[in-house]
Design a protein around this ligand. Structure first.
Ligand SMILES: Cc1cc2nc3c(=O)[nH]c(=O)nc-3n(C[C@H](O)[C@H](O)[C@H](O)COP(=O)(O)OP(=O)(O)OC[C@H]3O[C@@H](n4cnc5c(N)ncnc54)[C@H](O)[C@@H]3O)c2cc1C
Length: 343
């Protein structure tokens, strides 16, 4: 656990920023406290019950930062980054091995030229052909999930300033609400919304940021007219929160779980039945953790990167010898059945 915590902290130090928390977000924070989403945890990166101020990838100047910036901490002598490269297939070698071993990839560059990149040898051009599937794991793509989201738009005649997801209310019902505002439109984002969202909208703290007659139920009614999905609307939805959530459900774009630990990869994120191939991304999650899935994906990358380096140091020369098996001469290089984005 210490290593996981250290990996989180490393990412947090490099990439995340404290939001400015202006009037609109502050009113929502007070509204959440008034609605009983307690305790107030202040500014924290932890996903804990209560109301908190989270983090964002935008700095004080409004510049967005992204995970790609972490590359600057890599050892430039041992890493090559190909921009606009598209991997078409993973190469495997089976010669003299009990199970297939990943040995490289065929990728296409920005000029649409195909290359072969191998674990040891330098990349070289090669004709592109389709081969048979190496390992058909029927669990690939099974168990995929997403967080459910319901939104409530709160119109307001004055511009309230742009703000992203700064304040978060996390309830013991395993639901949480986040809030962001546009120039003249403010809205609440709620996932598996609970009653507290009604109380926040109706709170004294939020009174100055909505039309005086805009009750939560009227706003729900408004939402039912917005085509968030193709589901039928029910007349009971404005009064029945559960029905409202079913009728207006949306995705939060937190897809995960297509290559789950135990089904497609083992606990070391190694692909079951294949050597020298790991999947380290959101597809391995059994469930979407916390408010910011991306933070956990980045932590996992750092954590596993550290572990792999350490293991390589431990194995030392033995590993060197193992990697020097060249797949070039091997006629059994085959195509993978794994999804393209899991490389
Ligand atoms: C609209 C939207 C809003 C979101 N908002 C948030 C948010 O506010 N907070 C949060 O924490 N998370 C958010 N997420 C979720 C977050 O972005 C994902 O959970 C996270 O990016 C998953 O990381 P990943 O590495 O698993 O996959 P990805 O980030 O999807 O990375 C996969 C990469 O592989 C590349 N790729 C795919 N196929 C190939 C190929 N054949 N060859 C080479 N490269 C390939 C893709 O181009 C991509 O760069 C949001 C997602 C979306 C879509």
């Amino acid at each position: 656990m210490e290593e996981v915590e250290a990996a989180y902290e490393w990412v947090e130090k490099k990439l995340v920023y404290r939001p400015p928390m202006k009037g609109w977000q502050s009113a929502l924070k007070d509204g959440l406290l008034e609605a009983g989403v307690l305790p107030y945890n202040g500014f924290t990166l932890d996903h804990i019950y209560g109301t908190k101020i989270g983090v964002m990838l935008f700095d004080r100047e409004g510049q967005k930062h992204s995970v790609v910036e972490l590359l600057k901490y890599a050892n430039s002598d041992t890493i090559v980054v190909y921009l606009y490269a598209y991997v078409h297939k993973i190469l495997f070698t089976t010669k003299g091995r009990p199970k297939p071993k990943a040995s490289g990839v065929i990728y296409q560059d920005a000029d649409r030229v195909f290359h072969k990149a191998e674990l040891v040898n330098k990349a070289m051009n090669e004709a592109h052909k389709i081969n048979r599937v190496v390992l058909d794991n029927p669990m690939v793509g099974q168990g995929m999930g997403d967080n459910l989201m319901n939104i409530v738009v709160v119109p307001f005649p004055q511009p309230v300033g742009v703000s992203l997801l700064e304040v978060v209310g996390i309830t013991k019902f395993d639901s949480f609400s986040e809030y962001c505002a546009g120039l003249s439109l403010s809205y609440n984002l709620t996932r598996r919304s609970q009653n507290h969202i009604i109380e926040v909208i109706n709170s004294n703290a939020f009174f100055n940021y909505k039309y005086t007659n805009a009750t939560a139920h009227e706003l729900f009614n408004l939402m039912l007219d917005i085509p968030t999905n193709l589901r039928p609307r029910h007349v009971t939805s404005t009064l029945n929160l559960t029905q409202f959530c079913i009728d207006t459900v949306m995705t939060i774009w937190h897809y995960h779980g297509g290559c789950q630990v135990g089904r497609v990869v083992d606990k070391n994120y190694k692909v079951l039945g294949i050597d020298a191939l790991r999947v380290i991304d959101g597809s391995t999650f059994l469930k979407s953790p916390g408010t910011n899935l991306q933070a956990t994906v980045m932590m996992l990358g750092r954590y596993m990167g550290q572990r792999i380096l350490r293991e390589r140091d431990e194995v030392g020369e033995k590993n060197e010898k193992d990697l020097s098996v060249s797949p070039i001469e091997d006629e059994t290089n085959l195509c993978s059945s794994f999804p393209k984005n899991k490389l």
